[in-house]
Design a binder for this molecule. Structure first.
Ligand SMILES: [Zn+2]
Length: 238
């Protein structure tokens, strides 16, 4: 594929700090983490609610037990390892080319691969806190609990993950916007949902190369300078 080599050359030869990567669920699927939203239908027997309902603020408040059943089974994948995309991006940051990663994923795999500057729009499963006293907990405390994890103080521990109905962290958003505004190359990968915030964020891009990597076609393709219908890990395998 002609465009593939072009894209790799653009990234490899980019000026220092000029590339920003925006990634969605497709970045993690090659690490064996399916998009939890795809759990629709198939799991209806076990979970009599759609994923978007279970992973919402009001549902968590009302049914933390069902939430954690779903969360631990469908959203936390403790054995998942960084794939080729995570590794290459960490290398590009190390080389000074990549300014930052903006991710919609909550799995922490970019940090596991060694990336330092990661804007986690939807938070992280690795950070958890007590709703009552604010005490911080790691993922292990959540997973070790039988069902709903409780703090020493008796409060419920919740993940520092943005649930449906909850606003995004404005500091994270602002940092992501600033990086996109400074980028000369923006890579949008593994997301076909051109909804808020992805759509809004990309409005701040004024650089030269908009690269879209996604297995399925998306409306983003039309605005892209380079469009690769491939798995993200394949593109970053050089
Ligand atoms: Zn507490």
């Amino acid at each position: 594929m002609e465009d593939l080599q072009v894209v790799r050359d653009i990234i490899d030869n980019a000026e220092p700090q000029s590339v920003v990567f925006f990634g969605g669920a497709g970045v993690s699927t090659e690490s064996g983490i399916p998009d939890f939203r795809s759990a629709k239908g198939v799991f209806n027997q076990r979970y009599p609610y759609p994923p978007e309902v279970i992973v919402s603020h009001s549902f968590f408040e009302e049914h933390p037990d069902v939430f954690y059943d779903f969360y631990k089974e469908k959203m936390v994948h403790e054995d998942a390892q960084p794939n080729q995309a995570h590794k290459k991006l960490a290398e590009l940051e190390e080389r000074g080319i990549l300014r930052s990663i903006i991710t919609q994923n909550v799995d922490g795999l970019h940090q596991a691969a060694g990336s330092k500057r990661v804007h986690e729009l939807h938070g992280s499963i690795h950070r958890n806190y007590c709703k009552q006293c604010g005490m911080r907990y790691g993922l292990d405390a959540v997973m070790a609990a039988d069902g709903v994890p409780y703090c020493e103080c008796g409060g419920i521990i919740r993940p520092d993950v943005v649930l449906y109905e909850e606003p995004l962290d404005q500091r994270v958003m602002q940092a992501a916007i600033e990086d996109i505004a400074k980028a000369k190359t923006l890579i949008i990968a593994g997301t076909s949902r051109v909804v808020y915030p992805a759509a809004g964020l990309t409005d701040f891009f004024t650089g030269d190369n908009l690269i879209v990597i996604n297995r399925d076609p998306s409306p983003l393709d039309r605005t892209a300078d380079h469009c690769l219908a491939m798995n993200v890990g394949e593109v970053f395998n050089w």
